[in-house]
Design a protein. Structure first.
Length: 552
């Protein structure tokens, strides 16, 4: 799509409202009846379009308009969908941050955007009144719910009661549509600039790759992904769960939603996949309505996939697309290929196979470097089978971070008028055109004799029945680090002697080339993980833990 083309992501909702007006767009659990059955509220596509039109009129009346950066702090519910599409319709720019990154870091992120408007639930307004310095640029306040002791408008107060269609802003493909912050799980959180063209490319790529049809019903257990559903024509079933704690979800509630609503598509982080899959396998649960499950956010182990597929019937598969906030999805592979071809190699330390490029994603692997690369050169590429940094160019690749030229310098490469993004991940390309993920670039351990990669090494230790998960870290100066493997025991094995497990772990390490140099084993009660998916391990924190325990 040409950058000067007119595209507003809200146009997809308008189209769905015309094509399937009475299909449910958003379904939300609203408690239980006297018999213990879940009660649901919903909006059809026509209703969602109309409600977002009414709210768009209201936003415009209080000067939230094209280009207005607007902090959005609303829980996943029907209002979340109405609000987001209303903001897109007026051409405003939603600013979205994960609250789970911690209040201090969240406030720093929000302040950096110099937003002009703030829309949030009462708790969010309590925070902003206590941290006024972080919101000095904000001029317009809207409360979703009851306004208490603070100033500003309420959502109900600005909503127009009119059936007049709202003429959405004629935004351009390269015009900023949203600022979405990374979790900061692998470095400082950064604001990623999404354009309307980026969103458009994502929708087209997702629709084409996963062959999503008009009769689809989705259970998006990650709120931001839920926003794609109305544009894709899928019914979004909002799950009854805390979206910041997918690793602790109640499996019964997820399975109940799938059965109650005839869910055909589900997004699940690896942590949620493991929790629901474990329960399902132990209880002989079957999920016949599911066509596909999409799992992302961190590498998904073959054993996790195998466990979940025990609930499938027919030709249903788990898809594990790969990407990042800056460009997603760019590669993908499905469970049939993983379980029949790549599983054994992953478990023997070759890395996690993340598949082949999706649609127009142009994937290249380049020499490992921590330095900026200003211009693309073909001699940057590594050969097939050699570990390098994964890079991507294509229509769904974001061009820059918000007001962060230092981050742009390290992550963006100019190539023939386009931007190639450096993923910060390491992998290698096999002879079948598949990429194998080996770990984050800044998590590699350089001993002076060899370079060890986290995912490749950890897979070997994760095979041990007493290991829930493991983490490779390096202690000491870069270039001559000492590798340490840290173990989180599986709950059912926590009574076992750690000395025995340690000896077994060390014996296992000696049997593989890429782990035989590891002679230090530590145990940790519960790994620190990211808030978004509860799956990315904070290895930086574990490295500090290791340095305190081991004196080199």
């Amino acid at each position: 799509m040409h950058e000067t083309a007119i595209i507003n992501i809200a146009s997809y909702l308008k189209l769905q409202a015309e094509q399937q007006p009475y299909k449910r767009a958003v379904v939300y659990p609203e408690g239980k009846d006297s018999q213990g059955r879940i009660r649901y509220a919903h909006l059809t596509f026509k209703q969602l379009d109309l409600e977002s039109d009414r709210l768009a009129q209201g936003l415009k009346s209080i000067s939230i308009k094209r280009g207005t950066k607007t902090i959005l702090m609303v829980k996943p519910c029907i209002d979340f969908f109405v609000l987001t599409y209303a903001l897109f319709k007026v051409g405003a720019v939603p600013v979205v941050v994960d609250p789970g990154m911690g209040v201090k870091r969240m406030l720093e992120c929000l302040a950096s955007t110099e937003a002009e408007a703030f829309i949030g639930i009462p708790l969010a307004h309590v925070l902003r009144t206590l941290a006024k310095k972080s919101f000095t640029s904000v001029k317009t306040w809207v409360t979703v719910g009851k306004k208490l002791f603070w100033n500003g408008h309420t959502l109900d107060g600005i909503r127009h009661v009119s059936d007049e269609p709202f003429e959405y802003a004629q935004t351009l493909a390269d015009e900023t549509a949203a600022i979405l912050f990374t979790t900061g799980s692998t470095g400082p959180a950064k604001g990623v600039v999404y354009t309307h063209g980026t969103f458009d490319a994502q929708i087209r790529n997702i629709q084409a790759h996963f062959q999503i049809s008009e009769d689809e019903i989705d259970l998006p257990t990650f709120p931001l992904f839920a926003l794609f559903d109305p544009a894709l024509g899928m019914t979004a079933i909002i799950p009854d769960m805390d979206p910041t704690k997918p690793a602790f979800v109640n499996p019964v509630k997820i399975i109940e939603a799938i059965h109650n609503q005839g869910v055909t598509n589900m997004f699940a982080s690896p942590a949620l996949l493991n929790r629901v899959g474990k329960y399902g396998k132990e209880n002989g649960v079957k999920l016949p309505s599911l066509k596909r499950v999409v799992s992302a956010g961190a590498p998904v182990s073959p054993s996790n996939i195998e466990q979940f597929t025990s609930m499938f019937t027919g030709e249903t598969q788990v898809h594990t697309p790969y990407g990042a906030t800056e460009s997603v999805p760019i590669l993908s592979i499905a469970s049939d290929e993983i379980l029949s071809e790549t599983k054994s190699f992953s478990e023997d330390g070759y890395g996690t196979c993340i598949g082949r490029p999706i649609e127009d994603a142009d994937i290249k692997l380049i020499r490992i470097s921590d330095e900026p690369i200003l211009e693309w050169s073909d001699d940057l590429e590594v050969t097939t089978g050699e570990v390098g940094e994964i890079t991507v160019k294509g229509s769904l690749v974001t061009r820059n971070y918000y007001n962060n030229p230092a981050a742009d310098l390290l992550a963006k490469i100019k190539e023939n008028g386009q931007i190639r993004h450096r993923m910060g991940d390491l992998g290698w390309l096999d002879n079948n055109g598949r990429v194998w993920f080996c770990g984050r670039k800044n998590h590699r351990v350089e001993t002076g004799k060899q370079t060890l990669y986290t995912i490749s090494c950890e897979a070997i230790f994760n095979k041990h029945p007493a290991v829930y998960r493991s983490a490779l870290v390096g202690i000491g100066p870069k270039g001559s680090q000492t590798p340490v493997i840290i173990i989180e025991m599986a709950p059912e094995f926590k009574g076992r002697s750690k000395k025995d497990v340690k000896n077994e772990i060390l014996a296992l390490a000696k049997t593989f080339e890429n782990t035989k140099s590891i002679t230090h084993v530590l145990f940790h009660p519960s790994f620190p993980v990211d808030i978004r998916h509860n799956s990315k391990i904070f290895r930086e924190k574990l490295a500090v833990f290791a340095e305190k325990k081991i004196k080199i």
